[in-house]
Design a protein. Structure first.
Length: 225
């Protein structure tokens, strides 16, 4: 298993790859989208660290391509951005990124975030199918049906929906969801949850109404059931 770091700044790229290789992972770096795509053709990674500001094809375009390809759409992606603007974060999450980290960042923080994401990628076997209204979710098959129609979700969207459905009728705060699904609880970052809820509702169509907003607190499913 290997982690890919797509970063045009050689110093940052070399530091990240060195830290990962000495921290128990196997990692390699790429300076641009072209070399990264060549690497993908040889071996699929377990996770991608993807810089937004890349020469040529930018990171958001690369992310969009990854998530639209059946072979790579389930690979978790952590975006690296020097901007740190809400626009970049929201756009990346909308496109299916699993997390983001703003440069400059500490190596220990990066490794912690990587481990958090990878823990949530571990296959979950022997989990029962659950339903809320017209939504059915099968954890073992990673399958979601809305009114018997399959809905394609990113890994984080799937995990978020699963957690909400497993806790049907219970109001879950944004902070709780952020900590449970993303593995951290940073002040001001609950926008991450709102972005994914909005995308979930859109993908679920009419069934998205099953995800209820509880003003000032968070979200729940099956609130009227």
């Amino acid at each position: 298993m290997i982690i890919y770091c797509v970063e045009d700044d050689m110093n940052v790229r070399d530091l990240v790859v060195y830290a990962l290789n000495t921290g128990g992972f196997r990692a390699t770096g790429f300076p641009d989208a072209k070399s990264f795509l060549h690497g993908l053709s040889k071996e699929l990674p377990v996770l991608v660290l993807l810089d937004i500001m890349l020469p040529g094809t930018d990171g958001l375009t690369v992310l969009k391509d990854l998530k639209s390809n059946p072979e790579t759409r389930d690979i978790p992606v952590i975006m690296l951005t020097a901007k740190g603007t809400e626009f970049d974060k929201v756009q990346g999450l909308d496109l299916g990124a699993d997390d983001y980290i703003t440069k400059p960042f500490g190596v220990l923080e990066l490794i912690s975030r990587i481990k958090s994401v990878l823990r949530r990628v571990t296959p979950k076997e022997n989990l029962k199918e659950i339903s809320v209204g017209s939504i059915t979710l099968n954890p073992a098959k990673h399958l979601v049906l809305a009114e018997n129609q399959e809905v394609r979700l990113t890994l984080k969207e799937f995990e978020l929906l699963q957690y909400l459905m497993e806790n049907k009728g219970i109001v879950l705060s944004r902070e709780k969801l952020l900590d449970r699904i993303w593995g951290y609880d940073f002040e001001g970052e609950t926008r991450t949850v709102d972005v994914h809820i909005r995308t979930l509702r859109r993908k679920l169509g009419h069934c998205g109404e099953e995800i209820e907003t509880v003003r000032g607190i968070g979200y729940r499913t099956g609130g009227s059931g």
